[in-house]
Design a protein around this ligand. Structure first.
Ligand SMILES: Cc1ncc(COP(=O)(O)O)c(C=O)c1O
Length: 786
């Protein structure tokens, strides 16, 4: 907090006793100093004594007499601001300062007690305060914000030594946080602000001195802004410059948002419209948008505090104080109840930070153009596809600023747009990007760091760009080394999309089309496969299916080149390899002269918690490990890791080059992901979140018969949805409805399995235990509706 701004509040600061000069003396003063013959009519004023003056020819003015002891600097500051606006923003309807006969901007008037008071004259601005008449329309609210933005723009460049003066309403003082101030605040307001004080003090006030700052009006209030009539929306003037102060620019908008939240029906939509209108005149910066909502809360809280102070410190508090107080409590409670991240995102969207402004986006048109230009092969998730424009951690945001908890995207492993990864990418992209035919430190260090996570002798790394390429290269190496062609995968497997790997992805096409070099084994599905949970030696029994598959390949003269195993059988509905399974299958494949390829594209990088690589739950060290998806936190990277002996055999026949695989930028990104994994407690988070999901999902299964089987580990779970526990009929439509309901509720999940009836939970690895609890609540709501 800016210490210079801090001093204890005293009753003098809030001296609301304007002077009481007799009308006759004021008339004399107008004549003496401004040569005017006038009629006088009293006006409201908190600190000044104000009168409207009218001359015989109809000209109108405001005569302002300051309280005795009012600082000359404060009045000079206001005069300087109005003069500055007259020069810099001549079209803005602000009061003009009328110089006296002597050419002074202010004169003196002496009270009966001998006290000297400053007196000055302003031109009257015709208009009706917004607080009178009909509530403002949305358009009117926009006009207010645009007007305040123009006023702020007009005040730019104003310097005055008094600009840092004490103003009790000044949000940057964080007045409400002073213990002495809190003493006056009534208990209901204290309770309301209890959590909020600490956060503002910790997270918001320290940031204010770093924001763009200038003199701001800081009082864009319905009593100070004028319109032409009681039901019009056009702003024709602003009065009262007494709260002006040098402050972060965004403070002025926060004051406006807070003030208008108190008038009429407060809604976030109104605030968003005001932010948009302000931004159109005076574009907001990212760091300003970050604090805007909190400053608005702080302004409302400050108002509450000052109302309570006046109610307690004034002998006869004016009635409006107690009348208006409930409005402030109500608007503060409503603003506090809003989801801060969502408010922030809506404000950002309103300022065009995410794609185009929401009103310009036509989803139907985008879909139409998409299907025209991308063709019919591409699919979209959900009945109402999501138009995502931004991601942060476990959150995704759509074009309207709505946020979704990402429970599905494993690719953003360490969180969407992790700043360390983004910085590494940008830094290297701005330095050099070439390929592996030049020496570069990054690719070597990355290979060393990646292989160091693997057991010996897995020490050689090939870099590619996708999981598909990794599996493709792995199969190629296996074929060269084994001198065989045959490949074994599970039924309904998915390993990628190239010619060879697409054929090894049996979930993607009819069994009748499988090539002669391919054989399949059933996945070890204990819920609906040949051997069910509880069958003794269940893993080995499934594993034994590899023997006839090898025999089949040998009979077809293909031989056995590779057994490609997705260690978590994702496309089969999330099935962890059971004990003994990998040991048996790897041994059988090697005995037939082939290689064991662990596809860790899904299961790797701590997905399952206790181990970084899922093959490590077994005793098997694969011949080749294929990596992809989470490896680059969204950047396209794939890797093939094998032993020096296998690499030597492959190199004896083939050299290898991949234009983009292993480039310095990708290597920098890959290393940044490893940094985050090492430094940010990712593994512990996966384990902790998994410990919330495991019992929580089991409870849902116990409550909802639709959920027949829950399986998984860490942050990889499948919920098998069935119609009937006896027949195990897949409830495909219900699973679809559940994911769509969750999408509408702000949770993104997917489906998998041979029947598409397994709900897949596979979030970024930074999905916290709290996120897990939110998801469980969301699942509960969705399941209750199906
Ligand atoms: C187990 C597995 N292997 C390989 C791949 C292919 O990865 P990519 O889409 O990056 O080519 C996938 C993709 O979903 C996969 O799930």
């Amino acid at each position: 907090m800016n210490v210079a701004l801090q001093r204890p509040l005293s009753a003098v600061d809030l001296n609301f006793n304007p002077p009481r000069f007799p009308v006759g003396q004021l008339r004399d003063s107008a004549r003496e100093h401004w040569d005017l013959e006038v009629e006088l009519a009293p006006l409201d004023g908190e600190r000044d004594q104000n009168h409207r003056l009218t001359t015989a020819d109809g000209a109108s003015y405001v005569l302002k007499v300051s309280a005795a002891g009012e600082s000359e600097g404060a009045v000079d500051f206001q005069v300087a601001a109005l003069r500055h606006l007259e020069r810099q923003a001549p079209d803005l309807p602000v009061p003009r300062v009328i110089a006296s006969k002597k050419g002074n901007d202010r004169e003196w008037i002496i009270a009966v007690d001998g006290a000297r008071h400053m007196v000055r004259l302003l031109k009257w601005i015709p208009g009706v305060p917004l607080s009178r008449g009909n509530p403002l329309t949305l358009n009117g609210l926009r006009n207010v914000a645009a007007f305040q933005a123009k006023l702020a723009r007009g005040l730019r460049g104003l310097f005055h030594p008094h600009a840092r003066h004490f103003v009790a309403w000044d949000i940057q003082r964080g007045l409400l946080l002073e213990p002495g101030v809190q003493a006056w605040v009534a208990d209901d307001a204290k309770a309301l602000c209890a959590d909020f004080y600490a956060r503002i003090q910790r997270e918001v006030l320290p940031r204010l001195p770093g924001l763009r700052a200038q003199v701001v009006h800081s009082d864009g209030h319905a009593d100070n802004l004028l319109r032409t009539g009681s039901d019009t929306d056009e702003i024709v003037g602003v009065i009262d410059f007494g709260d002006m102060v040098h402050a972060p620019l965004v403070q002025d908008l926060a004051v406006t948002l807070a003030s208008f939240a108190r008038h009429g029906e407060m809604s976030l939509d109104n605030a968003v419209a005001q932010v948009e209108a302000w931004n159109a005149v005076l574009p907001l910066m990212d760091d300003e948008l970050e604090v805007l909502h909190d400053l608005t809360l702080l302004r409302l809280a400050t108002a509450l505090c000052l109302y309570d102070f006046r109610i307690h410190a004034t002998e006869k508090p004016p009635a409006w104080l107690t009348e208006e107080r409930p409005d402030i409590v109500r608007s503060l409670s409503r603003f506090l109840a809003l989801d801060r991240a969502e408010v922030h995102e809506r404000y950002r969207a309103a300022c065009g930070r995410v794609g185009r402004a929401p009103k310009d986006i036509d989803i139907a048109e985008l879909r139409e153009r998409r299907s025209r230009s991308l063709g019919p092969s591409y699919r979209l998730f959900y009945d109402r596809p999501v138009h995502l424009v931004r991601g942060e951690g476990t959150w995704l945001f759509d074009a309207e600023g709505r946020r979704y908890l990402d429970c599905y995207n494993n690719v953003a492993s360490v969180g969407h747009c992790h700043p360390h990864v983004v910085a590494a990418l940008s830094r290297q992209a701005a330095t050099l990007n070439t390929h592996t035919r030049y020496l570069h430190d990054n690719v070597v260090r990355y290979a060393e760091r990646l292989t160091a996570t693997m057991p010996e002798p897995l020490r050689v790394c090939y870099f590619v760009c996708t999981g598909t390429e990794a599996i493709d290269l792995a199969i190629r190496i296996a074929r060269v080394v084994s001198k065989n062609e045959g490949v074994i995968v599970s039924d309904d497997s998915y390993h990628g999309n190239s010619n060879v790997v697409g054929a090894a992805s049996t979930c993607m096409y009819p069994k009748s089309e499988q090539p002669a070099w391919l054989a399949t084994v059933p996945p070890p599905n204990g819920y609906r496969g040949e051997y069910r949970y509880g069958t003794p030696d269940f893993g080995r029994k499934y594993a034994a299916h590899i023997d006839p598959a090898i025999a089949k390949l040998q009979k077809r003269k293909q031989g056995a080149a590779a057994w490609v195993c997705d260690i978590i059988f994702d496309s089969n509905g999330t099935i962890l390899s059971p004990p003994g399974y990998l040991e048996y299958t790897a041994r059988a494949m090697r005995a037939a002269g082939g290689l064991f390829i662990a596809d860790e594209v899904q299961s790797g990088f701590y997905r399952t918690g206790e181990e970084m690589w899922a093959f490590r739950y077994s005793d098997v060290v694969p011949d080749i490990v294929a990596l992809g998806k989470p490896i680059g936190d969204g950047h396209p990277i794939g890797a093939v890791i094998t032993t020096p002996a296998i690499a030597a055999k492959f190199a004896a026949k083939f050299s290898y080059f991949n234009t983009f695989g292993g480039n310095p930028v990708s290597a920098a990104v890959g290393m940044a992901v490893l940094d985050v994994l090492e430094r940010e407690g990712i593994q512990q988070n996966v384990i902790a979140a998994g410990k919330v999901l495991e019992p929580g999902l089991a409870k849902l299964a116990a409550r909802y018969p639709l959920v027949a089987d829950v399986r998984g580990k860490g942050l990889f779970w499948g919920l098998e949805i069935v119609r009937d526990h006896e027949t195990r009929t897949p409830a495909v439509a219900e699973a679809d409805r559940i994911t769509n309901l969750l999408r509408e509720d702000g949770f993104l999940l997917g489906r998998t399995g041979a029947f598409d009836n397994v709900i897949k939970i596979r979030p970024p690895l930074v999905f916290t235990p709290d996120n897990a609890r939110m998801l469980l609540e969301g699942l509960d709501r969705a399941l209750a509706q199906v």
